[in-house]
Design a protein around this ligand. Structure first.
Ligand SMILES: CC(C)(COP(=O)(O)OP(=O)(O)OC[C@H]1O[C@@H](n2cnc3c(N)ncnc32)[C@H](O)[C@@H]1OP(=O)(O)O)[C@@H](O)C(=O)NCCC(=O)NCCS
Length: 328
């Protein structure tokens, strides 16, 4: 079967109502609104309440997608949930979402690539749609990171927030669609951002929980440099592959990790700050949910118009990174 174009047909997003402001954090750890704002750009992040869990927000974001695309959930062939904070180990959060949505004919699974999970998912789903193996594919990034944040560690607790974003992919006509994708990883940098306990290597016990081994540990400073370099490099690669330069891009959505990382990547790519989208002040870093939430906001705000070249780039624990270039 001949390859067909694959495009994002609709998006959706959802996040907890609960908000943790910098002022709240000032009361919890030795930090200040000034430090957090100047070092990260973050003013607040959404935080799930007790009883709220990852698939709740994933399902809400995905329902928005399905409603906006006006399709029947039964026609969705593929559900990929990018997450490093699943509802539970088994079954996959993808299968839980599938059941809630009624996509009973789909293949559903989770994808663990941290903050790059959504772009990893887009890359895989794009191939499935292009080759005709799937007609409609849902790619969701959903996280409740605040469950894995140590609120005595001032370096990590100011950064992470919760939320979910989703995109529905399907066949597209003409110029529209995903033009180039590139995903990469390098496990040698594992310890720059990781959760040492709670798996089969260090199973959860009362002791490991008391020691906080399930919490995220981060070497922020080292990660910062790798993030800037890899996001800029991989962005150039997809642009080159599709035959464009950064000056052709109308909207750049980088993973919302740190405002200073965003600015450094934009400067390396020589893109004007007016085309760079940032919502980090309101959401913090929501890992795999950050790009789909941002994309959904851009569409809602009319920041992306038909025919625009849209570049997305991400970076995350693993370490993983990637970029996707599409014509809207
Ligand atoms: C975490 C991060 C904000 C720290 O900013 P930084 O400018 O690198 O700061 P440093 O780590 O060099 O720390 C500078 C000082 O601030 C202190 N500090 C760290 N967190 C602080 C906080 N929340 N409030 C106040 N001071 C803090 C450090 O202890 C250090 O103090 P010292 O000089 O007395 O040792 C930054 O490194 C970062 O964003 N890294 C990337 C993280 C990321 O993107 N993670 C997710 C990947 S997807």
């Amino acid at each position: 079967m001949a390859n067909t174009n694959c495009a994002i047909l609709s998006t959706g997003s959802s996040y907890p109502e609960g908000v943790l402001t910098n002022a709240d954090l000032e009361r919890m750890v030795e930090t200040s609104d000034d430090w957090i704002t100047s070092r990260t750009g973050i003013k607040q992040r959404h935080k799930a309440a007790d009883g709220e869990y990852t698939s709740m927000f994933a399902v809400r974001a995905a329902r928005q997608c399905i409603e906006r695309a006006r399709i029947d959930p039964i026609d969705i062939d593929l559900v990929i949930c990018a997450t490093v904070t699943p509802d539970q180990i088994l079954p996959s959060t993808g299968c839980i979402i599938q059941t809630e949505l009624g996509c009973h004919r789909a293949a559903a699974f989770d994808l663990a690539a941290a903050c790059s999970g959504f772009l990893y998912g887009l890359t895989l789903a794009n191939q499935m749609v292009r080759t005709g193996q799937s007609r409609y594919a849902l790619v969701i990034g959903a996280e409740i990171l605040t469950r894995y944040v140590d609120y005595t560690d001032r370096q990590t607790c100011v950064i992470f927030g919760d939320g979910a974003g989703a995109a529905l992919l399907g066949p597209a006509e003409g110029e529209r669609g995903i033009l180039a994708t590139r995903i990469r990883s390098d496990g040698r940098y594992t310890e720059q951002l990781f959760s040492p306990g709670g798996g089969t290597r260090i199973p959860p016990t009362a002791e490991t929980l008391a020691e906080g081994l399930h919490f995220y540990k981060m070497r922020g400073n080292e990660l910062f440099k790798v993030a800037v370099r890899s996001m800029a490099d991989v962005s150039r690669e997809v642009l080159e592959e599709a035959g464009y330069t950064a000056s052709d891009v109308k909207l750049f959505i980088p993973h919302q990790a740190n405002q200073r990382i965003t600015e450094a990547v934009a400067s390396k790519l020589k893109v004007d700050e007016s085309i760079v989208y940032s919502n980090i002040a309101m959401h913090g870093n929501t890992s795999s949910a950050s790009i789909p939430i941002a994309l959904d906001e851009c569409i809602e705000m009319g920041r992306v118009r038909e025919g625009d070249l849209v570049l997305m780039a991400s970076f995350g624990g693993g370490v993983t990174w990637g970029a996707v270039l599409m014509r809207w």
